[in-house]
Design a binder for this molecule. Structure first.
Ligand code: G3H
Ligand code: ZN
Length: 277
């Protein structure tokens, strides 16, 4: 069923489990993630980012993912990940998304707060959940000239949360987007300090890079949602590559994508288990 997951994530952050959001790039990974969630009896977010909505319009995503969510036996949110502007977010909401992220993390805090408040006003009027980011989670593939990462400051998190009333707050606590190896240096002490100041479920981005041990530890830290993208993308792409090498005569795309879907579902289930489901 389609859900904004507001209460579910609130509850998860207090009860030692974390709801995963997975980046989705097509029908194949969307349905694999939903099947994994059903088998684990767990809620999940299907998240489209700027690459996905540049590839296919957000309106199409809303229809396709919305139908998949409605048919699911578990609560599923259709989530816009790293939304950069009001217009894109408004289009997503109009297209049936049940939660959105506004990412003003590269802006001065006052501007980030102002823009986030406008998004919250629009989204909450339509019962859509809102995530925003304070501090800036780094990218492994973006240069420092283009993007300035910074750890979240607990006092800023408190101010940001109180002024914007977002449902979930993305924080920069040591992860880096698009890591292919699980060796991120998570600052657990910083998470504790942020939680002392901001009584809101936290979101950790770039979670492919977190070790299994640290993922388990994070369950007790007031994190409500965790974002995973690269882990499933690697599973999908690497399986297709291997199968193509094994079967150079095969040309039917469904032959390859079916193999990849099995692997994506397995990887998603592995993450659900680590996150307490
Ligand atoms: O917003 C998306 C995530 O932060 C995904 O990060 O691809 O490093 O797992 P990841
Ligand atoms: Zn992210």
């Amino acid at each position: 069923m389609l859900s904004n997951l507001r209460e579910t994530i609130q509850h998860a952050s207090k009860n030692n489990c974390i709801v995963p959001g997975f980046n989705i790039f097509g029908y194949e990974d969307a349905i694999s993630v939903v099947r994994a969630a059903e088998e684990m009896d767990a809620p999940v977010l299907l998240m489209t980012n700027k690459f996905a909505i540049n590839f296919m319009p957000v309106e199409y995503w809303g229809k396709i993912l919305g139908e998949i969510a409605k048919d699911a036996r578990v609560p599923v949110s259709i989530h816009l990940d790293h939304g950069k502007d009001y217009e894109t977010i408004a289009r997503a909401i109009k297209s049936g998304y049940s939660s959105v992220m506004y990412d003003g993390s590269q802006l001065p805090i006052e501007e980030n707060i102002k823009n986030t408040k406008e998004i919250v006003k629009l989204a909450h009027a339509l019962d859509v959940s809102v995530e925003a980011e304070i501090g800036s989670v780094a990218y492994s593939d973006v240069s420092l000239e283009e993007y300035k990462p910074s750890f979240t400051k607990p006092e800023e998190a408190e101010k940001f949360y109180k002024e914007t009333e977002v449902d979930w707050l993305a924080v920069a606590v040591g992860t880096v987007h698009k890591m292919q190896i699980q060796n991120a240096d998570i600052k657990f002490d910083l998470i504790g300090k942020i939680k002392d100041k901001a009584n809101v479920p936290l979101v950790v981005h770039g979670s492919t890079g977190i070790s299994d041990e640290d993922l388990k530890k994070l369950k007790n830290c007031g994190i409500g949602k965790i974002n995973i993208g690269t882990a499933l993308r690697m599973e999908f792409g690497n399986t297709i590559r291997k199968e193509m090498e094994k079967n150079p005569q095969e040309f039917d795309r469904m032959y390859f994508t079916e193999k990849a879907m099995v692997k994506v579902k397995e990887k998603a289930k592995e993450k659900f288990r680590l996150l307490g489901f």
